[in-house]
Design a protein around this ligand. Structure first.
Ligand code: NAP
Length: 291
């Protein structure tokens, strides 16, 4: 069994990106610039944005955080995004989710210019992925594909089961695994909360990708011997053994499933670190398209 090391691969990718940025700057080209909108002061969102800003600094990107009050109206937030859309120095725009309940996430996301949609969340980006056109792919599925590639995991003709059908993970993941070429060419089954006989389906998976948000949901009896298991889940639960009193767990019961599978991503240190790197890659691509 091989543990897929997202920390190691993301560090390699960040080093590669840093070099590409240096080459750009040496050639007199523009420094990539990511703008992040943060509404309110949710602790988890602050942490996520903090990690993204740090990653930008590491690879040599400029980053700007636009901090807005949780009281802001939907229209005011949309105006802020429109300003960033027309700002020539900004290459990528992300809006940290979730937003306060009085704001429509859908309307806000759809305001982001598709040329700057480095999270790959807009309908234009999702549609391009679906019909096989080049565009920004949602960061977490893009990171998973990168891991599969870097570990040379065969995908053609394999049965890939995706648990979860969210717009940002499950659905794009299913599209990526079923597209033509490598990584892809898999036969994909997508499951959700209404799926019946779930463990019968998961047991037939050569590649099992789990994005539910339910800690330790996938147990050994749900997994085929030799399967590849990708755990996307991130849930913070109370812990008596950690210093902070909290720990992060995935959707897969790592201890028992790792005994049975061929490859597995740990949580933390698997898919998580790849998401930020994909965001950086998309931002560099957005910048490169301009100059
Ligand atoms: P989400 O929008 O809540 O979607 C969860 C999906 O799981 C839904 O499609 C839901 O089905 C399905 N589901 C729920 N209970 C189920 C059950 N008992 N059996 C089968 N399917 C069930 O979540 P998400 O945004 O995709 O995120 C999923 C997890 O990944 C979360 O823990 C999140 O924190 C994590 N995540 C991690 C990263 C990363 O960087 N590693 C990035 C994004 C998300 P219905 O559609 O029928 O409700």
């Amino acid at each position: 069994m091989t543990i897929i090391d997202g920390n190691k691969i993301s560090a390699q990718l960040k080093a590669e990106l840093k070099e590409q940025v240096e080459q750009r700057l040496n050639a007199g080209k523009k420094r990539p610039h990511l703008a992040a909108i943060l509404v309110g002061n949710d602790g988890a969102s602050e942490t996520y944005i903090g990690h993204k800003v740090k990653a930008c600094e590491f690879v040599g990107f400029k980053s700007t955080i636009v901090r807005l009050s949780s009281e802001i109206s939907e229209n005011q937030l949309i105006e802020e995004i429109q300003k960033l859309n027309t700002d020539k120095d900004i290459d990528g725009i992300i809006v940290q989710l979730p937003l306060p309940k009085h704001i429509s996430e859908e309307r806000v996301i759809e305001t982001i210019s598709p040329q700057k949609d480095v999270d790959g969340f807009t309908a234009v980006s999702a549609g391009k992925l679906l019909i096989g056109q080049k565009g920004f792919v949602s960061a977490t599925p893009a990171g998973i594909v990168e891991l599969i590639e870097r570990y040379h995991i065969p995908t053609a003709g394999k049965h890939c089961v995706v648990l979860g059908r969210s717009n940002i993970v499950g659905k794009p993941m299913a599209v990526l695994m079923s597209r033509k070429g490598y990584p892809g060419d898999a036969t994909v089954t997508i499951c959700h909360s209404k799926s019946e006989n779930l463990s019968e389906i998961t047991k037939s998976a050569d590649i099992l990708i789990v994005a539910l948000g339910i800690p330790n949901y996938v147990t050994a009896d749900m997994v085929k011997v030799g399967a590849v298991v990708i755990d996307v889940g991130i849930t913070r639960i109370k812990s008596d053994t950690s210093k902070t009193g909290w720990k992060i767990v995935g959707d897969v019961n790592f201890d028992e499933v790792s005994e049975k599978c061929s490859f597995i991503t740990p949580v933390p240190g698997g898919v998580g670190p790849m998401t930020i790197v994909s965001l950086l890659k998309n931002t560099l691509e957005a910048c490169s398209k301009k100059s």
